[in-house]
Write a protein of this length. Structure first.
Length: 301
């Protein structure tokens, strides 16, 4: 099935060689402003193209939008390069340069992708207009979160994939609550459903994510040591999880002198699907704010 599906679903967008391996990037829209929105997927997301499909479609009239697959996911090739935070951030920067997708960027990152967004802003502050975190965690949280827990979950998901159980369940209409599939799949247009399901079946629990998981604590610590973002605008969109997750969201407020946190009621971790219209509207608002800031108008005006 993997071989068959690789022929059925050729990559949209571009395949670009970055640091010895190919990476997939999909861009759309030109917009009326001068910003590019870069969507950064969460850890283990099988395919950024389908995961950010709705947001890229909705925002293409407001800005240039770009999504990409990390090594080993979607249409990006695997790599043996360790998934340290500086490596993945430099790969993203090189990918954007080679694809002729110039900044300044509004970075929109989901979940563990928050580390990548914050590190990108630390390394390339002049290329970042603002950051939107989609239920992302704080570096302080990820510096102490259990890598073993994430490793075990990855291996369980891998077992479901390699035995064919997850595909068998999907074929009878049971979508497991991993990678946002049970939220995203029902809302995709008919022509996208088969592609999204194939990516889910082929990448769930992929070993390519293990290096990213096993570097999580040290990656987060590197971001902590990199320091705060000063006045780079930061919008934190949060799901209404438990008390601990709420405290993590409050930690993120300290990462910029120009930050706002907003909890979306009755939302899920894949907040850009459980409340996709609200997230799209918040991104448009943020886009307008950062473009005002570039003209000397304060972010909070």
């Amino acid at each position: 099935m993997q071989e068959k599906e690789s022929q059925l679903f050729p990559p949209p967008g571009k395949i670009i060689s970055v640091q010895s391996h190919d990476m997939h990037l999909y861009g759309t829209g030109t917009g009326t402003g001068k910003s590019t929105i870069v969507f950064i997927p969460g850890s283990g997301t099988p395919n950024a193209f389908s995961d950010f499909y709705f947001l890229q479609k909705e925002l293409q009239s407001y800005a240039r939008t770009v999504s990409y697959d990390r090594a080993g996911y979607g249409w990006s090739a695997k790599t043996t390069n360790p998934r340290t935070i500086d490596t993945v951030t430099e790969e993203l920067h090189a990918l954007l340069e080679k694809a002729n997708e110039p900044g300044p960027y509004l970075l929109a990152a989901h979940s563990l992708g928050s580390l990548e967004a914050l590190r990108f802003a630390q390394k390339y502050p002049d290329e970042v207009k603002g950051i939107v975190l989609l239920d992302g965690g704080s570096p302080e949280y990820y510096a102490n979160d259990s890598e073993a827990k994430s490793y075990v979950l990855n291996r369980i998901m891998a077992g479901l994939r390699v035995t064919g159980l997850v595909r068998a369940l999907g074929n009878v209409g049971i979508l497991l609550p991993f990678s946002g599939e049970n939220l995203r799949y029902p809302l995709l247009p008919v022509e996208m459903k088969e592609l999204d399901a194939a990516m889910y079946y082929n990448h769930l629990g992929d070993a390519s994510n293990l290096s990213f998981i096993t570097h999580m604590n040290e990656n987060a610590q590197a971001v902590v040591e990199g320091g705060y973002l000063h006045d780079i605008p930061l919008l934190i969109l949060s799901s209404d999880g438990d008390q601990e997750w709420g405290e993590v969201q409050q930690q993120l407020l300290h990462w910029s002198n120009n930050s706002v946190q907003e909890t979306i009621p009755a939302s899920a971790h894949y907040i850009h699907w459980s409340h996709k219209e609200i997230v799209a509207s918040k991104l448009v608002e943020m886009l307008r704010m950062v473009e005002k800031k570039s003209l000397g108008i304060p972010f909070d005006s």
